[in-house]
Design a protein around this ligand. Structure first.
Ligand code: LLP
Length: 421
């Protein structure tokens, strides 16, 4: 469910007509709904009710500070994967003890940053990382809380580029070696082993792979406890998928997921953390773009819009599907047309959809990409020297620009020309 609906013939973001925002900020832009963000966070929070738990929003999905603050005020913790994300979380006042640090390649500098500012735990992914963490913590007179990310060798049945839980993926340590790696961690005085971490992939549309992985985690918890490790926290990662196309079968709901977590892990008495990103932010954002031209090709019509792959890379990168709808509501029975929907970037890959059937639109019309809130703005670039597009947050009948569009000067003046030129 989201809060981008047609009302009085026009697409609204909550109570604000999308066209009004377009008139104020220009196109293309991202707009997010506060109500959707909060609703999705609360669905997870409620799904885990009864368990000692913390929902740590995977801020890689959408990390504008206004979004982070909205969620943090509702009680969310944060899952960060870089020094930059850590600083963003801190900048909006998230306390260190609600921040978990994930990722295979944490540098010593990033580790120091988090130890200085406070951290709930590091999710450690390898023995070399463990050594650096141990040495850094000891040098700072600290003991770093850690979980170890295990790779359960489970097929997440999602797009290959976003599956992480198979043995051939770079993530975690093989679950078969967990015992020896936990023993090594326990021998390091700079580390306090608090639990186990697992994350098998993103955009999962089925609970079975989660359940297979979590059963392995439950088994491992019992084994490690028998070896004397005080396993008291389980970080279950993120990954629950969202419906991208309206006619697709909807993925399981957070409540189904929560029930499965309770069923598989509830008896262990551990504190449960989850790291959802996409499900919180995905359907809480749309990208709005204007049609520049309709160009007739030999055997097809191209809808050339002012948004491009640099603004929303998911279709080019993962062949991802996004619903693309006119901002003016089509009349019932309105004429349909078939387009290849493309951006202005000079690559054939700058294609959002091929042979897409949609209500006929023409130059000057606005279109909205639905489900673009997660992995949209955060993955954008200035390729072709296209300035990053603005982000807007709606709350009821108000909206605010939460990142403005830079001027050309701001963009090009970040370069410095050496004095010998
Ligand atoms: N935790 C860890 C350790 C992760 O690596 C990820 C996502 C998450 C949590 C959040 O997963 P989510 O709930 O959002 O599925 N750019 C891709 C998605 C990459 C996901 C990376 N890791 C896309 O646009 O589909």
């Amino acid at each position: 469910m989201d809060h981008f609906l047609y009302r009085n013939g026009a697409l609204h973001a909550e109570d604000v007509p999308v066209a009004e925002i377009a008139a104020a900020v220009g196109t293309p832009f991202y707009v997010y709904s506060t109500a959707t963000l909060l609703r999705h966070f609360q669905l997870f929070d409620e799904a885990l009710e009864g368990l000692d738990h913390l929902v740590c929003y995977a801020m890689k999905a959408a990390s504008n500070q206004a979004i982070l603050k909205t969620l943090a005020k509702a009680g969310a913790g944060m899952d960060v994967v870089s020094g930059g994300e850590y600083m963003r979380a801190k900048a909006v006042g998230v306390p260190g003890d609600k921040i978990v640090f994930s990722g295979v390649g944490k540098t010593a500098a990033e580790i120091r940053l988090a130890l200085e500012g406070g951290i709930r735990q590091f999710n450690v992914e390898s023995e070399p990382e463990m050594e650096v963490l141990d040495a850094t913590a000891r040098a700072m007179g600290q003991v770093a809380p850690i979980t170890i990310r295990v790779n359960p060798d489970v097929d997440a049945r999602t797009h290959a580029k976003i599956a992480t839980g198979k043995s051939e993926n770079k993530f975690g340590i093989p679950i078969s070696r967990a015992k020896e790696v936990y023993a090594l961690a326990a021998s390091m005085p700079g580390l306090d082993v608090v639990g186990i971490d697992v994350h098998i992939g993103s955009q999962l549309t089925d609970l079975v792979p989660f359940e297979l992985a979590y059963r392995k985690v439950a088994e491992l918890t019992t084994q490690l406890r028998a070896e004397g490790h005080d396993i008291r926290r389980l970080d279950l990662g993120g990954g629950l998928g969202i419906p991208y196309a309206r006619d697709n079968q909807a993925p399981p709901l957070p409540s189904d997921y929560g029930a499965m977590v309770k069923r598989t892990l509830g008896h262990l008495g551990c504190e449960i953390e989850i790291e959802p990103g996409r499900l919180i932010a995905g359907n809480a954002g749309i990208m709005v773009s204007e049609v520049i031209y309709v160009k007739s090709g030999e055997d097809r019509d191209f809808l050339i819009i002012d948004g491009a792959m640099n603004d929303l890379i998911r279709p080019a990168m993962y062949e991802a599907y996004h619903d693309i709808v006119p901002v003016v509501e089509p009349a019932p029975g309105a004429e349909q047309a078939t387009f290849d929907i493309v951006g202005p970037v000079c690559e054939t890959g700058d294609t959002f959809a091929r042979g897409r059937q949609m209500p006929a639109v023409t130059a000057g019309d606005l279109v909205a990409f639905r489900s673009a809130g997660a992995y949209g703005a955060v993955m954008s670039s200035e390729y072709n020297s296209r300035p990053l597009i603005p982000e807007v947050l709606v709350n009821g009948d108000q909206f605010a620009v939460i990142r403005r569009r830079p001027t050309f000067d701001e963009m090009i003046n970040r370069d410095t020309i050496p004095e010998w030129l």
